[in-house]
Every structure is written in structure tokens, then in C-alpha cells.
Design a protein around this ligand. Structure first.
Ligand SMILES: [Zn+2]
Ligand SMILES: [Zn+2]
Length: 303
């Protein structure tokens, strides 16, 4: 099993001299599995554009592609209109993902990107055969020995974590997400303060975070949201739906993860800053026997 990172940023593409090393494209990961006769892609951020050219170069006919969207925020779907295989009449593309609004289907939300107001080509004009599959929390046998388990994460819209199991190897994605926390007022002077509710809130948050650790327990590779540092998160980033270095590294170590790829880097983070953060969190045994690194565009991880 091989994992290739085509885009590792969160929020918005950020090309430039400051982001050459880690890359400026948004979320897109390719999962290469030995005996599958289709391509498996997680997310269609701006990184999928380059991957599209690569796939067509390798095979210019009858492409079979499955894209698993974690959610429909722009940084995870904005590359789709620029993904060359969608314009090829003999390609077959199946797009999986959670819906972001009860009234709208996955097809409406994702296909809506190709409305004439935003883009010159309409979804009715796409040549490929495109199918949409809505997912919730479930356990699926995808055939050919590939098993998928999905889990809802903690993000402002429905967002799925994916756990792929194939030939004794496990790859998990848990982004975009932040740790669950107690939502009741902790201030005894607050008129809404209720000691019992605070206790229940603590317990619920602890339980949900433990469930998430169970979801990625024992993963050979965990790709986790890691947009902020603890200081940045505490300052003004709570409830934005993203995690911080210290928490992610400790939680992955507790769950017995073997390799941890820190992912969804903040678009304002320069190469120099990411190198500094890697020095602090990735190069020592600070979190025990786990290999930790910042995901980089173009990086390949063989499991
Ligand atoms: Zn995102
Ligand atoms: Zn998001």
C-alpha cells in the first residue's frame, strides 16, 4: 500500500516562495493499492488537478476513479472542475461523501460548483460518467479485500473520517476536526452554571474523544488535522473545527498509531515555521515510539 500526498494545506491554496517545501495545494491524497483496478483518491482540493494529469498520462482511456470526500468545504472540492478525467467520455468516476445540508444531495452540493456563475462548463456537459454515493457512519466492504469504516468528526459541517483496511494495513484520515470539549459554562459566576451539567459535559467530551482514538487505534498511517499550535488554538481558534500539534501527537501515541502525518497546514504557515514545528514535535521521542512528520506535497509513504 502506498499513500501519495498531492495537496496538504487547509483553507485555501497558498502558492509562493514561502511554501515551496511543503506545498501550497489543498487536500488531496492518493491511496495506491496493489491489486485494485481503479484509482482511489481522498478529497478533491486543488492538489487533484496535478493528479488528474498524472492519471491520464498513465492511462488515457477507460479510467475508473473513486473519490472519497471528507466533506464539502471549498478546500476539499475546489479542484474537481480542473480534474481532467471528468472531461473524458470513457472515464467512470464515483464520488463518495457526506451531505452538508439535509435539503441538498451530494450531487447538488458538489455539482453546484459547476454552475455557470462560478465556472464556464456546466455539470451536464461533463463527459465522464459520474455517480454520487452518500455516506454516513458505516462499515463497508468495498470488494477486492478493501474494508472501509467511516466516522463523523467534530467540524462545523458533517465531516467523515475514513479508515481503510487492506492486506493487513490500516490507513486512517481524521480531518477536518478538533477535539470534543465541554460546551457548558465552566464559570460558577455564570447564571447558567450547573455543576451537574458541567460534569456530564466533561464526561461526554471524554467519551467522544476516546471513541475517535478507538477509530484510528493501531493505524499504520494516521493522517490528522493539525492546523494550529496550542497557543493559536487557545487564543481565538476554538470551534473552528481544527486541531493542534500537542493534542494530535499525544492522542495518536495513546492509540498506538505507527506513523502520524500532520496534515491540513494553516495557509499562513511558512516552510521555515513548519520546519521549526517539526523540530519540536517530530524529531524527538517526546511522544514515545511513533514516527511523526508534517505531510508534504509530493511525499510518498509506503506501508
Ligand atoms: Zn479543510
Ligand atoms: Zn472544513
Amino acid at each position: 500500500m502506498k499513500v501519495v500526498f498531492w495537496g496538504v494545506r487547509g483553507s485555501i491554496p497558498c502558492p509562493g516562495l514561502q511554501t515551496v517545501k511543503y506545498g501550497g495545494n489543498t487536500a488531496c491524497i492518493e491511496l495506491c493499492l496493489d491489486e485494485l483496478d481503479y484509482s482511489l483518491i481522498i478529497d478533491a482540493g486543488s492538489g487533484i488537478r496535478e493528479l488528474g494529469y498524472q492519471l491520464v498520462k498513465q492511462q488515457n482511456k477507460n479510467l475508473d476513479i473513486r473519490i472519497f470526500l471528507t466533506h464539502t468545504h471549498m478546500d476539499h472540492i475546489s479542484g474537481l472542475p480542473f480534474f481532467l478525467p471528468i472531461y473524458m467520455p470513457d472515464s467512470k468516476i464515483r464520488i463518495y461523501g457526506p451531505v452538508s445540508h439535509e435539503q441538498a444531495t451530494l450531487e447538488n452540493v458538489v455539482g453546484g460548483l459547476m454552475d455557470y456563475r462560478y465556472f464556464p462548463i456546466r455539470k451536464e456537459e461533463l463527459a465522464a460518467k459520474i455517480e454520487y454515493v452518500s455516506l454516513k457512519e458505516e462499515h463497508l466492504d468495498l470488494g477486492d479485500g478493501l474494508i472501509l469504516t467511516t466516522k463523523f468528526l467534530n467540524h462545523p459541517i458533517l465531516c467523515l473520517g475514513y479508515r481503510f483496511e487492506y492486506q493487513d494495513k490500516i490507513v486512517c484520515t481524521t480531518y477536518d476536526t478538533e477535539p470534543f470539549r465541554n460546551l457548558f459554562s465552566l464559570d460558577p459566576k455564570d447564571p447558567n452554571y450547573d455543576e451537574e451539567l458541567v460534569r456530564d459535559g466533561e464526561e461526554a467530551a471524554r467519551e467522544l474523544n476516546a471513541q475517535l482514538e478507538e477509530f484510528y487505534r493501531g493505524a499504520d498511517l494516521l493522517i490528522h488535522d493539525c492546523q494550529y499550535t496550542k497557543v493559536e488554538y487557545d487564543a481565538d481558534k476554538q470551534d473552528w473545527g481544527h486541531s493542534w500539534f500537542e493534542y494530535v501527537c499525544s492522542a495518536a501515541a495513546r492509540a498506538g498509531v505507527k506513523k502520524l502525518a500532520l496534515f491540513h497546514h494553516d495557509p499562513t504557515r511558512s516552510d521555515v515555521q513548519l520546519e521549526e514545528l517539526e523540530k519540536i514535535h517530530c524529531s524527538s521521542n517526546r511522544y514515545g515510539n511513533i514516527e511523526i512528520f508534517c505531510a508534504r506535497e509530493g511525499m510518498k509513504v509506503v506501508l
